[in-house]
Design a binder for this molecule. Structure first.
Ligand code: ADP
Length: 386
């Protein structure tokens, strides 16, 4: 097979019209950072940041055009955003470089990591088990549950880390009261620590208000970096707080991360349960064991009188778990203390470790570990409790 040349690729790209169908993207000098690696071709297309969403078809057309070249197996085009003076910085490709603009070689490295992604399911050295916490939709309390389960596991004497893979709306900095930025050792970032947990979140690296343009390959490269280019050290369990939903990005993540198992969080409403079912199916599709289902905001407990009301109905997740043949891990009530403590940066398992809510989270954490053991070799190395 003859090597693919830069000239051939540029010839293909010259067939792609520029924005508003004027000129072509090569003549307009929009293409940069061309990298050819065997059958893989990676390049970036520089566009005005504010038009990035709208120019997605252009990116796609460029990929398709290069794909037609003989010998090309994979093409990754990354849209990079040009910043207008005075506007918010755009991070076109995720990178652990903390400057506002990402130098092209870093983007290319990230894209290349994404291109190589199918081989990335190898374990992460030092981490015994990785567990995903997922939900079919947002706002069901997935992150709050992730944090409190992680703390429950810590309470059992395990070494625990938590990775905020919810790159679209990272919430761990808020839930764990972290406002520091991580330090780096070359390319490797040091995780932050909060209440004994090791924590990494995209929220540490970008300003909350920073618009992010995420394309499929970037999501994967961001996740790969947060997983593999962080000095996690020795961990018994790494909890991955997944982005909500069951779209392609989630499916790819579930595929790319060497997961020992997944926990699904749902509220009792039927609609949420339907979403939860989608979540279950997603993990089943990629053969990740389901450790169980959790019903969050299960019953409402009045903070004044302690009376219990089943606002959203109650017990739906338990029934659903039974009918789907997956374990039910527990019910967490809808309670003001859970909300106010979480959103205040002190999870309820820390602010009231002997309270009823901490007891529920601890119980769920114990069941998660039992399930990991039960999954045995399929779920990765066993955790030995000392
Ligand atoms: P998700 O990660 O699913 O988007 P979050 O964990 O960010 O959801 O929770 C959404 C909101 O609901 C937050 O304000 C959180 O404090 C609150 N919340 C989560 N679980 C409970 C609960 N059991 N009781 C009361 N509030 C809760």
């Amino acid at each position: 097979m003859t090597d693919i040349t830069e000239k051939q690729v540029l010839e293909r790209l010259a067939k792609v019209r520029g924005p508003d169908l004027e000129g072509d993207i090569v003549a307009l000098k929009m293409v940069s950072g061309l990298l050819i690696d065997g059958g893989k071709v990676i390049f970036s297309i520089n566009v005005p940041a504010e038009r990035a969403e709208e120019l997605e078809p252009l990116r796609n057309a460029a990929e398709q055009s290069v794909m037609k070249l003989a010998g090309v197996e994979k093409v990754i085009a990354v849209l990079t955003g040009e910043r207008k003076a005075g506007s918010a910085p755009v991070r076109p490709a995720p990178s652990f470089d903390q400057a506002a603009a990402v130098p092209p070689p870093m983007q290319m490295q990230a894209a290349k990591a994404a291109a190589d992604a199918p081989n990335q399911k190898a374990g992460v050295p030092g981490i015994k088990s990785i567990i995903a916490v997922a939900s079919g939709k947002g706002g069901v309390g997935k992150s709050t549950t992730s944090v409190n389960i992680a703390l429950g596991l810590l309470g059992q004497g395990l070494k625990v880390g938590i990775l905020d893979a919810d790159i679209y709306g990272p919430s761990l900095p808020r839930l764990l009261g972290i406002s520091d930025r991580p330090t780096a050792n070359g390319r490797i970032l040091n995780p932050l620590e909060s209440f004994g947990l090791k924590v990494m979140s995209m929220g540490f690296l970008v300003e909350e208000e920073t618009p992010m343009i995420w394309r499929g390959p970037m999501v994967i490269s961001a996740l790969t970096q947060m997983l593999r280019e962080v000095a996690w050290g020795e961990l018994d369990v790494l909890i991955v707080d997944m982005p909500p939903g069951t779209g392609d990005a989630q499916l790819t993540m579930a595929q790319q991360v060497p997961l020992a198992g997944a926990v699904i969080v749902s509220t009792p409403q039927d609609i949420a349960l339907i979403d939860a079912r989608k979540g279950l199916n997603m993990f089943r599709k990629v053969e990740v064991p389901i450790l169980g289902l959790i019903e969050n905001m299960s019953t409402f407990i009045c903070p004044k009188c302690g009376e219990q009301s089943d606002i959203f109905g109650h017990g739906g997740a338990r029934k659903e778990a039974e009918s789907l043949g997956v374990p039910f891990l527990g019910e967490i009530p809808l309670h003001m203390d859970i909300r106010s403590n979480s959103d205040g940066g002190t999870p309820v398992t820390v602010s009231a470790p002997d309270g009823p809510h901490a007891a529920i989270y601890n119980d769920i954490a114990e069941k998660v570990i039992d399930r990991l053991h039960a999954e045995g070799d399929n779920a990765g190395p066993k955790i030995v409790m000392e």
